[in-house]
Design a protein around this ligand. Sequence first.
Ligand code: ADP
Ligand code: MG
Length: 244
Amino acid sequence: REREQLRLERMACVNQLAAGIAHEIRNPLTSIQGFIQLMARRADKPPRREHLEIIITEIGRIDKLISEFQMLARPLKEPVFEKVNICKLLNDIAVLMEGQLHSKSVALTLQLPEVGCYTYGDIAQLKQVFINLLKNAVEAVPHGGNITMAVGKYQGMMVVRVEDNGNGIPPEIIDKLGTPFFTTKETGTGLGLSVCYNIIQNHNGQIKVSSQIGKGSVFTVLLPLAEDECCMLPVNNEQQGFCV
Ligand code: ADP
Ligand code: MG
């Protein structure tokens, strides 16, 4: 009985996601179709540059949606757990994001213990989590903003803080964070945080958010420390379902 209940819940969840992705893809598709039809009608004239640019942007949007959606589904696959030094991982991400940080003159400060800090996890998935959080921070701050990523230990857990001095999050939407497709951005997909919550849940961790409008936001990720043997066991996805 309980199994059946779980199966139904998961089906409802998958249906909801499928409806969401269909809706999100249909919008850009409709506009691409519109502009191509327009061009076909005026085949004697060269296509207008603005129209071509819209088509390229909209195709890019579909591409982004699909890759983020894939990331959302990926944690369902068996993660490959190994010992991960989060400090090294954050350093790698900082290098990876240099271009985006530079183009907005954002100062990124890393506060990392020199001895490193270890958890057991899937490197690729954990990278994705902190890339998504850092991207959101970059998008939230004004030109010349500040972002800090800090690693520490608290009550037997690893704590990673991603802090920004950006626009902040209204209290009434804090509960909606991590719901697939929830976005306040014009070109957002609303999938980044869903991916983060799923992955961190699979790693027996937690994500906490605190924010003040106009002052900034802090995303705190808690993960089991590698000294703790029990964190070597990934959570069973079968029991956990797909929802965030
Ligand atoms: P997207 O970035 O595509 O909008 P996300 O799932 O990454 O999707 O984020 C969902 C929403 O959460 C964002 O649209 C934004 O409103 C809010 N958000 C997330 N991170 C931050 C942040 N650091 N500062 C302010 N708002 C944020
Ligand atoms: Mg995002």
